[in-house]
Design a protein around this ligand. Structure first.
Ligand code: NDP
Ligand code: GDR
Length: 374
């Protein structure tokens, strides 16, 4: 059998790195698109990338950008992939309110650029296409739990851009007979999760506080409810979707929902910090609306202070998401293997290791990185 070739956009991101590992294990030749940046951005794949001087035909990185049609077309022409996984995106919901046009260009038109490149190169019958769609499409939820037939109601420029990407994927499937699928994935996390998404912000922040590197964790809406799974489970599903006889769209979720506050509790418990919420049951959102930033209430978890900072509130919030993965379970036989509590423990373990290393460096007078913005 000839070796299959896959092209992954967003290979330097959380999902891209896990998917690259999975496909390499399965014997694929893996190509990835990475953006040019002023500092290194390949940390998540460095363990599988041997560098430009080693002739590794199984793992090849190409410079590129989803905003650049000619670049995408050239790469697809060069690689002739059997499968394209479009994971690249400006993926932060809060940031999309600040950069709506860029988000639309990359997340919406970027998807079109790839589909059109596949078609113009005459690869529409060869190349299978996976689109990283999202539970954010459900936004202001119209039905609980959300499944493939639940109406969409996007609540951010990110979600609106992903809505276009969802439908253009469906359209290329119907118009040109392309094998193109949408994975409507609910939130999935891991120790490789970007530092500014809420779960990683919590595990990294609390680990840093436990090591004396930070003093306070600032968060937005802690009442928000999410259906969290592990990225490793979810990339397996992305691959499975492209191995079916017929292309289709699937909701991928655990079917269990928790609040941001509960995730804080588990993280604190993992760290062995006594849990003590001051002002438990208080609706921070309502209070913060009445009080100015600095007067926002501080909740105490043992020694750890978690404080609401309104800057992390979104102009329009997605309050609750809960997926129904029945179709994926029945048609693909997919079941998530890692629970959200196990995932939280793994994230805390990894972030604590880093915090301990940084604390040691600090003890010896070295500078250590501080928390980011979002
Ligand atoms: P990340 O933010 O971790 O990774 C995004 C990737 O896209 C990075 O490799 C990033 O490059 C790349 N990228 C950003 N802008 C561009 C651009 N203009 N051109 C090319 N590449 C670009 O996201 P995740 O891995 O978490 O998510 C993967 C995909 O799945 C995204 O499309 C996301 O929107 C979607 N999704 C994610 C969910 C989740 O819970 N994780 C749930 C549902 C959907 P760089 O490293 O240089 O920044
Ligand atoms: P989300 O993930 O917006 O669901 O998008 P995120 O982790 O950013 O937010 C989840 C919920 O937590 C609340 N929240 C905070 N969020 C962040 N980032 N920072 C905070 O300080 C904070 N405090 C509270 C948010 O308001 C929200 O309700 C992710 C991304 O991966 C998308 O790309 C993907 O499509 C969806 O998941 C499914």
């Amino acid at each position: 059998m000839t070796q299959k070739k896959a092209l992954i956009t967003g290979i330097t991101g959380q999902d891209g790195s896990y998917l690259a590992e999975l496909l390499l294990e399965k014997g694929y030749e893996v190509h990835g698109i990475k953006r040019r940046a002023s500092s290194f951005n390949t940390q998540r794949v460095d363990h599988i990338y041997q560098g430009p001087h080693v002739d590794d035909r199984n793992f090849v990185l190409h410079y590129g950008d989803l905003s650049d049609s000619s670049n995408l077309t050239r790469i697809i022409q060069e690689v002739h992939p059997d499968e394209v996984y479009n994971l690249g995106a400006q993926s932060h919901v809060a940031v999309s309110f600040e950069s709506p046009e860029y988000t639309a260009d990359v997340d919406a038109l970027g998807t079109l650029r790839i589909l059109e490149a596949i078609r113009l190169l005459g690869l529409e019958k060869k190349t299978r296409f996976y689109q990283a769609s999202t539970s954010e499409l459900f936004g202001q939820v119209q039905e609980i739990p959300q499944k493939e037939t639940t109406p969409f109601y996007p609540r951010s420029p990110y979600a609106a851009a992903k809505l276009y990407a969802y439908w253009i994927t469906v359209n290329y499937r119907e118009a040109y007979g392309m094998y193109a699928c949408n994975g409507i994935l609910f939130n999935h996390e891991s120790p490789r999760r970007g530092e500014t998404f809420v779960t990683r912000k919590i595990t990294r922040g609390l680990a840093n506080i436990a090591q004396g590197l930070e003093h306070c964790l600032y968060l937005g809406n802690m009442n928000s409810l999410r259906d969290w799974g592990h990225a490793r489970d979810y990339v397996r599903m992305q691959w499975m979707m492209l191995q079916q006889e017929q292309p289709d769209d699937f909701v991928i979720a655990t079917g269990v929902q928790y609040s941001v506050r509960e995730f804080i509790r588990w993280s604190a418990a993992e760290l062995g910090v006594t849990l003590r919420f001051e002002g438990e049951g208080v609706d921070e959102m309502a209070i913060v609306e009445r009080l100015a930033g600095d007067k926002a209430p501080a909740l105490k978890i043992g020694d750890v202070v978690v404080r609401v900072d309104p800057r992390y509130f979104r102009p329009t919030e997605v309050e609750t998401l809960l997926g129904d993965p029945t179709k994926a379970k029945q048609k693909l036989g997919w079941v998530p293997e890692i629970t959200v509590q196990e995932m939280c423990a793994e994230m805390i373990r990894e972030d604590l290791k880093v915090a301990q290393r940084h604390a040691l460096l600090k003890q010896h007078g070295h500078e250590v990185p501080v928390a980011g913005e979002h």
